[in-house]
Write a protein that binds this ligand. Structure first.
Ligand code: ADP
Ligand code: MG
Length: 434
């Protein structure tokens, strides 16, 4: 077996079967053109070539290093000249091809209280395109699975032979500008109005862009009128997107609006277990629990950590244990903590409990102030790198022993009072997902 084949073989071990069969399987390695510094693969068409280029170039280079101790440039070319021209054209125009990620499936999506409504909505839409909720609008914070869910429906439709367009607002806008410039708006309209399903990601970027809102409105009306399914995502409810035309807002709300909340601990654990299974990483229960507690809500961040762990352990030939994990996560945690200030946390809690930030920092002894102050101190300690003396100063307390006493009190509350624990978890999620 040549080294190229061996590398593809290794890659097969690391990715899902669907992804392998859809893309990697079709690659061939050119033994004549490849040498110690270049690895040349051929793909059957531009779609496959672009997908592999964007997603696997680095990975392939890494595998060459592992397997053959070679530092190579990986190139993915097309066998056929016409196709090669197409790739070039596509690159020149800087139009990103938007493909559905085959591993964004319903099976790979872990459902819990935080996302079950959105999941159920998307799932039922995927079973009855255009008939149930149109449009379906999913909103929620960063990295909570909006794109994943939307594409899961897209994959179902695609497997049914429907024409699915997945695009972000940004790509839609670029495409629009290009067609305006080339005076080919008829082609633009035909493309977007002829599809069976339109998936548009990150609708909040329509904000204050009037020209594209106008065009989008007409696309929307045409598709909706023809009974074609539309699924949209955004980081907030349509009502909260500033600079969005009223007519669009009301249309977005007309189908079904479903939110995704930050995952609860159990869901996070289930997600990590799933990602481990997909990426063929083995972690013990205590490591999984540790990652789930340390990373508050962003699932994308969790994925980053898993691949970091995997890479370190492979490169350094170390088994992944809890200490090793803590070490790897140290920088990440510091980074997250550095972004939050005591003021931000205090403001959050104040807003949530409907009191003033200054009251939290006052010496007031009423029940709800004491409650709010305790929570704030706890969160400040957990979510920032502030020392106890610094916290004492900030909250106007005598010294660090007063803080330490409060923290002890809170820890025992967390252990014994389920409502309190939930409140802390809820606030932590809210604060860290923003
Ligand atoms: P968003 O679009 O909301 O910012 P994504 O859909 O891109 O987030 O999700 C980020 C990553 O987290 C993706 O790789 C996705 O597969 C993963 N993810 C998010 N939620 C879940 C879940 N409930 N189960 C499995 N994976 C998830
Ligand atoms: Mg997204």
């Amino acid at each position: 077996m040549n080294i190229g084949k061996e590398v593809l073989h290794l890659l097969k071990e690391e990715i899902t079967e669907v992804e392998y069969n859809r893309y990697i399987k079709h690659l061939t390695y050119d033994t004549k053109k490849s040498n110690d510094s270049n690895a040349v693969f051929y793909a059957p068409n531009a779609l496959v070539a672009n997908w592999i280029k964007s997603k696997y170039s680095e990975k392939l280079a890494h595998l060459f290093e592992l397997k053959g101790d070679m530092k190579v440039n990986v190139s993915i070319s097309l066998k056929n000249q016409a196709d090669r021209r197409r790739v070039k054209k596509v690159n020149e125009q800087k139009v990103q091809l938007s493909l559905l990620n085959p591993s964004h499936s319903f099976n790979n999506f872990m459902v819990g209280g935080s996302n079950q409504f959105a999941y159920a909505a998307v799932k039922s839409v995927s079973e009855k395109a255009g008939k149930l909720y149109n449009p379906l609008f999913i909103y929620g914070g960063v990295g909570l699975g909006k794109t994943h869910l939307m594409q899961a429906a897209g994959n179902v439709f695609q497997d049914q032979g429907k024409t699915v367009i997945y695009t972000t607002v940004e790509q839609f806008l670029n495409d629009f500008i290009r067609h305006v410039r080339n005076k080919t708006m008829d082609r633009f309209q035909e493309k977007y109005r002829k599809c069976d399903v339109l998936l548009i990601d990150d609708i909040q970027f329509l904000s204050n862009k009037e020209g594209i809102q106008e065009e989008f409105f007409h696309t929307f009306e045409a598709l909706k009128g023809a009974g074609k399914q539309i699924i949209l995502t955004a980081d907030k409810h349509p009502k909260k997107i500033a600079g969005l035309e009223k007519r669009l807002q009301s249309r977005f709300e007309h189908g079904l609006v479903a939110d995704i909340q930050p995952p609860e601990l159990e869901t996070k654990i289930a997600i990590i277990e799933k990602k481990c299974e997909i990426n063929k990483v083995t972690l013990t229960k205590d490591i999984i629990n540790y990652i789930a507690t340390v990373i508050e809500s962003n699932v994308r961040e969790i994925e980053g950590i898993l691949s970091k762990l995997h890479a370190y352990s492979q490169l350094m030939h170390i088994d992944i244990d809890l200490d090793f994990t803590k070490n790897v996560l140290k920088d990440q945690i510091k980074e997250n903590k550095a972004n939050l200030t005591l003021d931000t946390i205090t403001e959050y809690v104040a807003k949530d409990l409907n009191i003033k930030p200054s009251e939290i920092k006052s010496k007031g002894r009423s029940r709800n102030l004491v409650y709010a102050r305790r929570i704030t101190i706890y969160l400040c300690r957990e979510l920032t790198t502030s020392t106890m003396p610094k916290l004492a100063l900030y909250f106007g307390m005598k010294d660090h022993t007063a803080i330490s006493h409060t923290l002890k009190k809170i820890n025992s509350l967390i252990e014994n009072d389920e409502d309190f624990k939930v409140k802390i978890e809820e606030l932590t999620n809210k604060i860290t997902s923003n």
